[in-house]
Design a protein. Sequence first.
Length: 373
Amino acid sequence: MVVVCMSAIVAGSSRRQLIRSVAAFVPDAQPIAGAGRRRSSSSPLQPETHGSTHIHLSAHTHTFRRSLYIQPRKTKEELLHGSHGAIMMAVDDNDSSEEGDGQRSMDSEWDVSGLKAETQRMYDRAIKKTSKSSKRVADARQRAEELMSDPDASMEALEACPNVDALEAELAELQNRLKKLNELDEELKSIKSKNGKRMVLPENVAAIAIDLGVNDEPPKRAPRGPKKKKGPRANEVTPRNPYRKYFTESNIEIRVGKQAPDNDALSLLPEHRDGADWWMHASGCPGSHVVIRTHDANPDSNVLQDAAALAARQSKCGGAVIKVSLCRCRDVSKPRGAKAGLVQLSGQVRTLSVNMKEAEKRLKRLDATEEIN
């Protein structure tokens, strides 16, 4: 190990100047992240060792001591195949089923049928794990080759590359386990036993099962937590209506379309209106379609004024007085190719006038009865 110590009074020196001074001593050195941080003068400064080269540069100032630690640079091969990103292999990963039965021994009795089923389950699982591990190794090798052939590869990219050696070691371990599970499966095929009957296994078979941690029953599952509260089922959800509901003082329902496609549905589909119902719309400008759910030949004037006030408010008409058209729903049709919300009126069409200032109290009462779905 090479140790170089330099001490000097550098009350005005910057960190960059200190690093350049050290680089002159060790050209292949690189600064460690976080080096050169301010320390309290009351805190003892302990030298540290990084890699094979340790350089301790102390800079005494009036109020603090500054320390900079340097370590030699790593090559591409060391970064790609070194100890960074080591993978902790846990190939058993809950495969071991020895929970509550105590330690198995060569003289233990086994449920052969259960052991066969558990061996097959773990074998299938090992195949999936090996396949995934093999893909990780292939991807890591490809990435490492790309970085090795790139002369401009950054240090961050090299350090972020998966550890090929560790991944290959993991794959080898999984392949070895898969081979042993297959061997155990083949040995069990030659052993015949009735369901539920327990027996002592041949020594070679028992040794493999114990080594692999295979039991004759599935592992015990942890108890489930409290059930999550389920939302309403699809058939229990109330379907969306294309209109809002309002009610007059005499409890007559008035339906007001929400959007242009909803206006078409409200005015034309029999599930939302009857042919004998009354229909309203602000004259000469875009707005919501309004349906009065009554078949009366001469509806009450208050009912008509309520519906007219809603049609006028839910339109883009301006002015203090707005005219509203009135006809039966059966006289409303849609021209071929017309855009959403555009309809054609036929038959007897009447016109009502709405004074918007006078309608404010009426609309406030209607809003208190609004129902939206």
